[in-house]
Write a new protein. Sequence first.
Length: 275
Amino acid sequence: MKRKFSIAHLSALKVPPQDMVYLAAAAGYDFVSIRPVLLGTPGEPNYAVDLNPEMYKEFDVAMAETGMKLSDIELFRLTDEVDMEKWKPAFEFAQKHDCHHLITSCWTQKTEYAKETLAKLCEMTKPYGITCNFEFVTWSACPDLKTAKEFINYTKADNIGLLVDTLHFDRSRVTMAELDDCPRDWFNFVHLCDGPAPRPAMDDNEALIHTGRDARLYIGEGCVDIAGIMKRIPDTAVCSIELPHNKRVEVYGALEHYKQCLKSAKEYFAAHGID
């Protein structure tokens, strides 16, 4: 198996970063992907790197003891007003941990402002050795690959990438031909999960958000053509499993959930000839 795997924080968001490292190592992952930026969503744990120094001292100990690596950090949202100075501690944290990728996405209808802000984000993160991976999210202000490409091309940056989440790809009705049309060097990592059938309508935000945040499926359980997507993603791209399912985490525990996420991915890849 050539592919490298990470576990994304959203898969069990209540697990603090330092505990996540030990669980990911025990489950067999190569990387962790964490959320050191506070989004302010209802009930969200506060893992902001600048507000939790003791937590991140423990995180460093866990990383050293396990030999785990940090794949990417999130989420740098393009909203109506963005103060990138507040993000500097996260950029510094990534640089300190030899992490070269962050996730950004658009959550404002001020499209030109968002594009300009993305370009500035690329410029600001370049000295830190960070690539900005732009993600389209079905219920966001950038819901599809066509729009994401417009954002990426606007920046004219060489530290810009495209993040494909297999659930959003499926829910946004993106075609494989659209994916074929993307430069291979845009793909640094991919978000993996499956989703249930039938697909919600694209304007049914309540259903889309429920699945996206709370009811994603193990790989191979649902209707997403993950094989079709992954055969178009370079094998150098890290497979970050982003698979929140609150009920399963509650019943199985985070460690077993992590294990099942990875097991289902590897079994699916083997069955579909994905190296």
